[in-house]
Design a protein around this ligand. Structure first.
Ligand code: ZN
Ligand code: CU
Length: 484
């Protein structure tokens, strides 16, 4: 008889490819998936009866700001408790490395941590820090355009010069050689908004040869969203690089109802270039408090404020009322601050979430004292609320959006599918009970319905909580594949 480390028997396997569930036994040896068969006989050090629960590849959170969290809070409970086994960090133009601060931490890099947390002048130092911290989940990383700008520019309210672009490009190339997945931008933020399209195109040039991707928090997500999408696709086509639009949404009340129009633009780009997007399953966004987004028709909740930490959890309207100020003036006095904007249309979000080009990314902010519930709830919410209860898509499709599809697009080699020889990143969950528990009023709550999570073959989470074993690794870029 064969032998193996772990035998998971009697599972309803959803393999991450999008294909239908199958009854299966799965063996794990040396951190990798071994045999998969209807019934397996193997002498296992440990046997688990799945009792018909769903066994899926561990989820990949494609859009995170966990750059520093994976090092400072390596238990990574907000993600592990959802069945997430890999996070992609470095989104929205901001990354923990390569960073050499020249002064104050520019907004929104402060979402990642405090100035003293930025200790990685090159990508190799960041990778070494991950290895040393031994997070509970795997980490793959993008390089932020804004981070590069802040390294080489005296001020960020202008476009970069040729020499500055060359210096940024050198740092990007070095990171790509070290296994970075690609470049991210956050053109909507003031720290990158003055960058021209040409600046990004010249910076994106080395991505093609490396087989890397470009992800973008677009320049505009409201009225001019189509122009911003055009810019993103132009950057991709000029530099021959796949484009992933981050947290695609129709933001701002005047923009509601445009989901189909936006998805049509995405589909027409898909005809000529590899293009996709990610989305979080909520009708509210969250970031630093942006005066440009203060709109009295929209409920804005304050998640943190440096000068007024006591107001966290209150709405901007309540605060403005108490202070007897306009919301805009109150927002000014709260700066720097974090906010949740209830400014997304639920109907548009459902359309985008259901689209076959869409992956799942939480965009969770791990340092917020009162975070948006997406930090703890995104994946179970897609599987429980939107898949099972609202029937937006089938369970194999939902799982594919958070496993096989992201692994292929970002080049996470040997991940994202249940296949012989693939890494044993696995999650066992109950499709009947899985649900997010985190809410806007009570946002720090683990989901229910996650029975077990293995990371690289190590049992890391059970119904009892984290096992305390941390088996995550840094994942260097592999070969990408686009099926669209
Ligand atoms: Zn963003
Ligand atoms: Cu983001």
């Amino acid at each position: 008889m064969l032998s193996c480390d772990i035998l998971i028997r009697n599972a309803r396997m959803i393999d991450g490819s999008g294909s239908a569930p199958q009854r299966a036994d799965v063996s794990v040896s040396g951190g990798c998936i071994g045999e998969i068969a209807a019934t397996l006989d193997c002498a296992a050090a440990e046997t688990i009866d799945a009792g018909g629960l769903v066994l899926a590849p561990g989820f990949v959170d494609v859009h995170t700001h966990d750059d520093i969290a994976v090092i400072r809070k390596p238990a990574m409970l907000p993600k592990l408790s959802q069945g997430v086994t890999t996070v992609i960090v470095g989104n929205c133009g901001i990354s923990a490395s390569p960073v050499t601060l020249r002064g104050e931490l520019p907004d929104p890099m402060n979402l990642l941590g405090r100035a003293e947390d930025f200790r990685y002048p090159d990508f190799a130092a960041y990778v070494a820090a991950i290895r040393e911290a031994q997070p509970a989940i795997n980490v793959a990383a993008l390089i932020g355009h804004t981070a590069l700008r802040s390294n080489h520019m005296d001020r960020l309210d202008r476009s970069a010069t040729e020499a500055e672009i060359a210096a940024m490009r050198l740092q990007l190339e070095e990171a790509l050689q070290g296994g970075a997945l690609g470049l991210s931008s956050g053109l909507a933020y003031l720290s990158a908004n003055a960058a021209t399209t040409e600046e990004v195109i010249s910076l994106a040039q080395p991505l093609a040869a490396a087989g890397a991707v470009y992800t973008t928090h677009m320049r505009m997500e409201t009225e001019k969203i189509l122009d911003a999408m055009c810019e993103a696709f132009e950057i991709g086509s000029m530099s021959h690089v796949p484009v992933i639009i981050s947290h695609l949404k129709c933001a701002g009340i005047d923009n509601w109802g445009r989901g189909s129009e936006v998805l049509q633009a995405l589909e027409s780009a898909q005809k000529s270039q590899p293009t996709g997007c990610d989305c979080y399953p909520y009708a509210a966004g969250s970031s630093t408090l942006d005066l440009g987004q203060v709109d009295e028709r929209v409920t804005i909740a304050i998640t943190s404020s440096t000068p007024h930490p006591e107001v966290a959890g209150q709405t901007l309207a309540q605060i403005a009322d108490t202070w007897n100020l306009s919301q805009l003036e109150a927002a000014r006095r709260l700066q720097p601050a974090g906010a949740i904007y209830h400014s997304i249309s639920e109907a548009d979000m459902r359309k985008i979430l259901s689209h076959p080009a869409t992956m799942i990314g939480s965009d969770g902010l791990p340092n917020d004292p009162r975070p948006h519930p997406r930090l703890w709830g995104t994946f179970p919410r897609v599987l429980g609320h939107y898949c099972r209860d609202e029937k937006l898509f089938t369970l194999p499709k939902a799982v594919h959006k958070m496993t096989g599809m992201p692994a292929q697009r970002f080049g996470l080699a040997g991940r994202g599918l249940i296949r012989c020889g693939y890494a044993a990143d696995l999650v066992l969950f109950d499709p009947e009970t899985i649900l997010d528990m985190a809410t806007f009023s009570d946002p720090i709550r683990p989901a229910r319905g996650i029975a077990a999570v293995w990371v690289n073959g190590v049992l890391s989470y059970t119904v009892e909580g984290a096992t305390g074993k941390r088996a995550g690794r840094f994942l260097p870029r592999g070969k990408t594949a686009w099926i669209q």
